[in-house]
Write a protein that binds this ligand. Structure first.
Ligand SMILES: C[S@@+](CC[C@H](N)C(=O)[O-])C[C@H]1O[C@@H](n2cnc3c(N)ncnc32)[C@H](O)[C@@H]1O
Length: 211
């Protein structure tokens, strides 16, 4: 225990330094997370202690039979949980701007034997979907990475059905972490109202409803 404490302290300090440097770089240079980092952030500690995939699928407001859109699936662990939750009558479409990331997500869906979900390359600014297509759209650690939030949310609103849900999940360790108040201030004028908030400062889920 005596040895463990300095070790924990060292890990926390390294994370803090890395995070601060990343925040400074991200202030001036916006780019999508590189594909090789997907397994780093999608690790067993996150699944076990912070964001268990099945818990998150429920927390995102996903129900059986829903037609769900995910932006920026990364390693697709949460896409798989969402596909399991919507069941055979529902579907999940995951889009990513990075071809390698979409390819990785598609491969992982296939390996998991998921048949009601697909991953494809698309930009959230101009999605290849008809108006009023989806019941729910969710993004985990994605919105802060997108330079023009207004443009992204406007196109998400277009593809959501009337009364559709838009869910954001954020975690403080992400260098692009937005405050809950920032999301409310920027998203509500674009035709959404706050429906539900879960969590706290360190990590949270905020659900909006298309007004
Ligand atoms: C930090 S990763 C989050 C991965 C995953 N959601 C998770 O929580 O593990 C952000 C993802 O958003 C994607 N992304 C960034 N900008 C995008 C855009 N304009 N349109 C679609 N996807 C985008 C990135 O390529 C990346 O896969």
């Amino acid at each position: 225990m005596i040895l463990l404490s300095p070790l924990i302290l060292a890990v926390v300090l390294i994370l803090l330094v890395f995070n601060t440097l990343a925040r400074i770089v991200r202030k001036f240079w916006h780019f999508p997370m590189p594909e090789f980092m997907a397994p780093w952030i999608d690790n067993k500690y996150r699944h076990k202690y912070v964001q268990p995939p099945d818990v998150m699928a429920a927390r995102h407001g996903i129900l059986p039979g829903m037609k769900v859109l995910e932006i920026g699936p990364g390693n697709a662990t949460y896409t798989i949980a969402s596909a399991e939750r919507v069941g055979p009558k529902g579907s999940v479409t995951a889009i990513d701007i990075e071809p390698k990331m979409a390819e990785r997500a598609g491969r992982r869906l296939k390996e998991a034997g998921i048949t009601n979900a697909e991953a494809r390359v698309a930009d959230v600014y101009a999605m290849p979907f008809a108006d009023n297509t989806f019941d729910l759209c969710y993004m985990m650690m994605v919105i802060g990475e997108i330079p023009d939030m207004r443009r992204a949310v406007t196109d998400i609103r277009r593809v959501l059905k009337p009364g559709g849900l838009l869910t954001f999940t954020e975690i403080l360790i992400d260098p692009d972490y937005p405050l809950k108040s920032t999301l409310i201030r920027k998203v509500t004028p674009l035709g959404f109202k706050v429906k539900q908030f879960t969590g706290g400062f360190v990590h949270y889920t905020l659900i909006f409803e298309k007004a």
